[in-house]
Design a protein around this ligand. Structure first.
Ligand code: G3P
Ligand code: CA
Length: 268
């Protein structure tokens, strides 16, 4: 994997080490840190009582033993659910031995504690989910929470350890206005006509194309680079996709398999 070794790509654990452990749980993020991931990706949603929790879907049905929308449940309701056993026997070769806390609903605050206790630099790529429904409340709560951990402003001369991602340009615009030192990543599923020339919406600094864009339009990555944007690609799980990303010189790979990707990059 010559190209992969030549380039210093950041490896980001998507929903934690989500192939080996239930996504968005403490177990998945602990595993990602142990595996050596450079950064952790997580999706955040607001509960009915205003807590930010790490959950991908609008509802908890797929990833827990409960039912209902995160936005309609309180943190105490979510805390009673098991976010681990849906994964038993799926994907992972290992028998799960996670304790209660490791597979409970994960608050953003608990994830930030984990990172701060990790003893090394672990960056965070936090995605706002359905921010339009909450008209700025998700971003406000997110920045307030980051502020409590000193993560809303990087130390002078140092890069931010946190970036905020979204498919919503409006959400990124809000973040950029309130916290201009936090990098923003515009996630894209398709190259729409407005994006074709490599420019991003106002407030977005980094491009976040899906792997399908990279495979189908590799020339677009060069265009994004020429326009001055770093490129963070999701979700990159297959070795040939890692190789393609490396060849194209992308800056970050977001993957469910941080251990395997690090190994392919010669960093194990
Ligand atoms: O890292 C970006 C990626 O997570 C976006 O898609 O659906 O996995 O949140 P999704
Ligand atoms: Ca995500």
């Amino acid at each position: 994997m010559t190209h992969a070794r030549q380039h210093n790509i950041q490896v980001v654990a998507h929903r934690g080490a989500s192939e080996d452990a239930p996504e968005h749980t403490l177990a998945a993020y602990q595993r990602a840190i142990e595996d050596g991931a450079d950064a952790l990706e997580c999706d955040v949603r607001l509960t009915a009582d205003g807590h930010l929790v790490c959950v991908h879907d609008r509802r908890v049905n797929r990833t827990s033993d409960g039912r209902g929308a995160v936005s309609a449940l309180e943190l105490s309701d979510l805390s009673a659910l098991d976010f681990g056993s849906w994964k038993d026997g799926k994907d992972s070769q290992e028998a799960p031995d996670w304790d209660r806390e490791s597979t409970s609903v994960l608050t953003l605050e608990r994830l930030l504690e984990l990172v701060s206790d990790s003893g090394r630099r672990v960056e965070l790529a936090i995605e706002t989910k359905h921010p339009t429904r909450w008209a700025g409340q998700v971003e406000a709560k997110l920045l307030e929470t980051l502020g409590r951990f000193g993560l809303d402003t990087p130390p002078p001369g140092e890069p931010s350890a946190v970036r905020i991602m979204s498919f919503s340009a409006r959400s990124l615009h809000r973040v950029a206005a309130a916290a201009p030192d936090i990098p923003t990543v515009y996630l894209m599923q398709f190259v729409t006509p407005r994006l074709r020339d490599g420019r991003l919406p106002a407030g977005a600094r980094i491009a976040g194309p899906g792997m399908r864009i990279v495979r189908n339009h590799p020339g677009y990555i060069a265009r994004l680079h020429r326009a001055g944007h770093r490129v963070h690609v999701w979700t990159v799980n297959e070795p040939e996709d890692v190789e393609l990303c490396a060849r194209l010189g992308v800056e970050a790979i977001i993957t469910n398999r941080p251990k395997q990707v690090l190994s392919q990059l010669g960093r194990d």
